[in-house]
Design a protein around this ligand. Structure first.
Ligand code: OFO
Length: 172
């Protein structure tokens, strides 16, 4: 069964949002690197890769369903952040927004009785639980560090260990 226009449009919008997430985290990575926080930069680069995979997964799904992929221009992320705290506040707020979008997309699929899309989106619903948890966890840790430069560099050291394909869940 082909894909309906409403679901196709909503999926395309989500591809765009996932690519924006990739762009946002790649910009944060550059900003951290410029501040010599290379572990934070590494974490963000891995996250950039994750977001690209999310976008590509949706892109492939549209194509498999015989739909049309429509990429669009994106707004630019802000160029820099005052602190790691500000960056992770933004990252967490962004992930909550993305969760909302996924839920809305799921509602559209349900309304349209598109069971295949509904089933595919379950992966994204679960993924967003992890995406929110990992950014919130790091946000809380950073908040707890206060102004301590030592704590910041220790965390930077830990974040350098995140590898591609690994969840960003931070296990002390
Ligand atoms: Fe694609 O999960 Fe983050 O944005």
């Amino acid at each position: 069964m082909g894909i309906g226009k409403k679901v196709e449009d909503a999926l395309n919008k989500q591809i765009n949002a996932e690519f924006y997430s990739a762009l946002l985290y790649l910009q944060m990575a550059a900003d951290f690197e410029a501040k010599n926080l290379t572990g934070f930069a590494n974490w963000m680069e891995v996250q950039y890769g994750e977001e690209n995979k999310h976008a590509m997964k949706l892109r492939k799904y549209i194509l498999v369903r015989g739909g049309k992929v429509k990429l669009t221009a994106m707004e630019a992320p802000k160029p820099s952040w005052k602190s790691a705290l500000e960056a992770f506040e933004d990252a967490y707020a962004h992930e909550k927004k993305i969760t909302g979008m996924i839920h809305k997309l799921l509602e559209t699929a349900k309304d349209e009785k598109d069971y295949a899309t509904e089933s595919m989106l379950k992966w994204f619903v679960d993924e967003q639980v992890e995406e929110e948890a990992q950014t919130l966890q790091l946000l809380e840790i950073i908040k707890g560090m206060g102004e301590s430069k030592n704590a910041l560099y220790m965390l930077d050291h830990r974040l350098a260990k995140r590898k591609e394909g690994q969840s960003g869940e931070f296990k002390p």
